[in-house]
Design a protein around this ligand. Sequence first.
Ligand code: HEC
Ligand code: HEC
Ligand code: HEC
Ligand code: HEC
Ligand code: HEC
Length: 184
Amino acid sequence: MKRDRAEDRQARKRSRPLWADLAAVAIAVLAVVAALVDLGTLYPAGLGAHQPIPFSHRVHVTYKRLSCLMCHTGVTTSSRAGIPPLQTCLLCHSRIIVEHPFIRKLRYHYDHNIPVVWERVNWLPEFVYFNHSMHIQRGFDCSWCHGEVSRMDRVVKAKKFQMGFCIQCHRDHHVTHDCFACHR
Ligand code: HEC
Ligand code: HEC
Ligand code: HEC
Ligand code: HEC
Ligand code: HEC
């Protein structure tokens, strides 16, 4: 009698992991599906970095005809193009689609003074010096180095900024390709 019960318990112990495993797998699958569905409905699909707020250059530049310089104010005067502060967005979005979930998120960040951390797309290693204003003042279009940003819903890196890319254009325009121009 005693042995029977012990065997019984053992049998149960042996069988438990099977359905427990199945349940765990089922829960994991459900969680993944739920996460995907959630992201799919909240965050528009497409290429490019996953930004905290899905800002679309296509909507704002092509459709709404905003100038790049309105937001990237540094390009003509400094080395950095700069990413606009949330005040710039709120020039319009304090009135336009204020109930949109991502505009509410934007508003929340602004009201609580929490910066939006945009995912960086283009960068150079620290040992390379680059200056936007020098290039913009010579009349080069943004698209030469960044591709057709105005058609992008999410910014993608258009060019690999390898040394050859920079030097080729410098050669073509008879600009210095002295090492210390870019490696200071
Ligand atoms: C209404 C404001 C606004 C306008 C207008 C705008 N941008 Fe932007 N841009 C942003 C914001 C915000 C980001 C950061 C989020 C992102 O990468 O989408 C950004 C990111 C970028 C980046 C990627 C930066 C990185 O991380 O490397 C490039 C390149 C860029 N913009 C180029 C342009 C060009 C070219 C134009 C004009 C054709 C333009 N932008 C017009 C707001 C703007
Ligand atoms: C000059 C006005 C203006 C500025 C500045 C502006 N937006 Fe917009 N934005 C609009 C308009 C207009 C729409 C389209 C509204 C609609 O769909 O009815 C829009 C749509 C959006 C949407 C909705 C989703 C989409 O892409 O359609 C988001 C998110 C958004 N903007 C974020 C931003 C962010 C972030 C900034 C600042 C970097 C910004 N906007 C700056 C006018 C502006
Ligand atoms: C000659 C090539 C070139 C041109 C032309 C150019 N860029 Fe850039 N851009 C770069 C490089 C290289 C970087 C990365 C810089 C770094 O990491 O130091 C960059 C970075 C950026 C960034 C990231 C953040 C920052 O502050 O630098 C933005 C935004 C940007 N560019 C916008 C623009 C806009 C808008 C234009 C046109 C008005 C433009 N760029 C024209 C080469 C270029
Ligand atoms: C589309 C052509 C083009 C590309 C691409 C380009 N440059 Fe230039 N660059 C120029 C021109 C033209 C000048 C001269 C500007 C002037 O002095 O008026 C210049 C000037 C410079 C200078 C200043 C040189 C000096 O006289 O001291 C630096 C630094 C520089 N570029 C770095 C870079 C880097 C780094 C890259 C690659 C990420 C790059 N450039 C890509 C055309 C280009
Ligand atoms: C017009 C700008 C420019 C000039 C001029 C230039 N470089 Fe570079 N250099 C770059 C850029 C941009 C990178 C980064 C490449 C990358 O990340 O793939 C780089 C990277 C490098 C690296 C690191 C290579 C690696 O694979 O990590 C070395 C070493 C280097 N440069 C040496 C030189 C020497 C030596 C000269 C002079 C003969 C020179 N550079 C002139 C822009 C320049």
